[in-house]
Design a protein around this ligand. Structure first.
Ligand SMILES: Nc1ncnc2c1ncn2[C@@H]1O[C@H](COP(=O)(O)OP(=O)(O)OP(=O)(O)O)[C@@H](O)[C@H]1O
Ligand SMILES: [Mg+2]
Length: 388
């Protein structure tokens, strides 16, 4: 059993006691990484991903909080005693040793018998298809070969937990793809816990069972890729996940441009904001019947001033004419992406990006009509960014 539990971990760098040189790299991070899972730590540069991974590895100690691996408190244990293996972005292969010796090094340090070392290296080299490279030195290898050697060096140790920090970021797209399949395969066949740091959302979504999304040293959301995409808890999560990015609308834009007529929903959302912030008068709102006339529309717009709505690019359908209830838009740009195109349009002063099938790609400057799927709308409290 090697689930990893991170409880209330904070990390502050800098010795000037909260002065301008102090960096709060992690703030009260708690997370449980189930045994055998593939968990990704995702977030923008500087959000604390590597710091968290280094704390799990024991290369850095937390200012506060504890780390448990397999139920055992390892907060004060050195890296070598944690049954973990780490692969870094800068692969840190020993340049003066050949591949065999690179893989052998830590096993020798552990004092394993020669026969055991030999059989482990042989087995791992076969698995990673690097048997022919064992005599070569790292500087004679390609990027992908070095990568496999670094992974091999981690595997031979038979750790309970693998840690990867942006380990694929130096590789070209094609090689990255094949290394990702190798990692997935390796994870399935070894059944070990794998924690993978990346700032690449595509990588996180495609590889993991669970994603930890971070910003500014704080956990934003811990969820499966699908939940993170379909059910983000705040505007940061909604924006960070998804490419092209989700479209945001003020309530006024929602009502004006998209002809949104679910006033009951807007009333309900506005009342939820009022409950949390006290900014709005909500009395009687939820019980009102749907709005019909212009005065009520204006009232709704006032009530909804604190709401931001959002809709993903793929939740629009191209329609043939305005009679279908679509919103009129003029195509600003078209970006080809294989089977789909991402089309940026202007509609009454608002720029919206929609994803359409390549076969129905419009031309730049063309007038089109788009039908939004209102059932997929998300609503956020503009002030706090939280989903409502
Ligand atoms: N040894 C250190 N001394 C001072 N500040 C540090 C140190 N290590 C990290 N930091 C700061 O802590 C914050 C988090 O850094 P960290 O390396 O964990 O970010 P990251 O999410 O891994 O970013 P990236 O995606 O760029 O690798 C940053 O503001 C960084 O400058
Ligand atoms: Mg990093």
């Amino acid at each position: 059993m090697a689930d990893v539990e991170i409880c209330g971990v904070s990390k502050t760098f800098g010795k000037d006691g909260g002065g301008k040189n102090t960096v709060h790299a992690l703030k009260d991070v708690s997370l449980r990484i189930p045994d055998g899972s593939f968990t990704t730590i995702l977030g923008p540069s500087g959000c604390g991903k590597s710091t968290l991974l280094r704390i799990i590895a024991g290369l850095e100690s937390p200012s506060d909080g504890t780390v448990r691996i397999g139920g055992k408190d390892v907060t004060n244990l050195p890296p070598g005693k944690r049954r973990i293996s780490m692969v870094f972005q800068a692969l840190a292969l020993y340049p003066h040793m050949n591949v065999y010796k690179n893989m052998e090094f830590s096993l020798k340090a552990e004092g394993l018998p020669k026969a055991e070392i030999e059989s482990r290296i042989e087995e791992t080299a076969r698995y990673l298809e690097i048997e022919d490279l064992l005599e070569r030195r790292p500087d004679t290898l390609s990027g992908g070969q070095k990568q496999r050697v670094a992974i091999g060096r981690a595997i031979v140790r038979r750790p309970e937990v693998f840690l990867f920090d942006e380990a694929l970021s130096n590789l070209d797209e094609k090689l990255k793809e094949s290394m990702r399949s190798l990692l997935s395969e390796m994870h399935r066949s070894l059944g070990r816990t794998l924690i993978y740091v990346t700032h690449d959302q595509k990588e996180a979504l495609s590889l993991s069972d669970q994603v930890l999304l971070m910003k500014g040293g704080e956990v934003q959301q811990v969820a499966s890729p699908q939940v993170l995409y379909e059910d983000p808890v705040n505007m940061f999560a909604a924006s960070f996940i998804g490419s092209p990015s989700i479209n945001y609308f003020s309530c006024k834009e929602l009502v004006d441009i998209l002809h949104y007529t679910e006033f009951g929903t807007l009333r309900m959302k506005a009342s939820r904001i009022s409950e949390s912030s006290g900014d709005f008068q909500s009395s009687g709102l939820c019980n009102s019947s749907p709005a019909r006339d212009g005065a009520e529309k204006t009232e709704i717009e006032t009530l909804c001033a604190g709401i931001t709505a959002a809709l993903r690019p793929e939740h629009f359908v191209l329609s043939q004419s305005e009679t279908s209830g679509g919103v009129e838009a003029v195509v600003d740009s078209v970006s080809y992406s294989g089977s789909v195109v991402h089309v940026a349009v202007w509609s009454v002063g608002v720029r919206i990006v929609v994803t359409l099938k390549s076969a129905e790609a419009p031309l730049r400057g063309e007038r089109i009509w788009l039908v939004p799927d209102f059932s997929r709308l998300m609503f956020f409290d503009k002030r706090t960014g939280l989903r409502i």
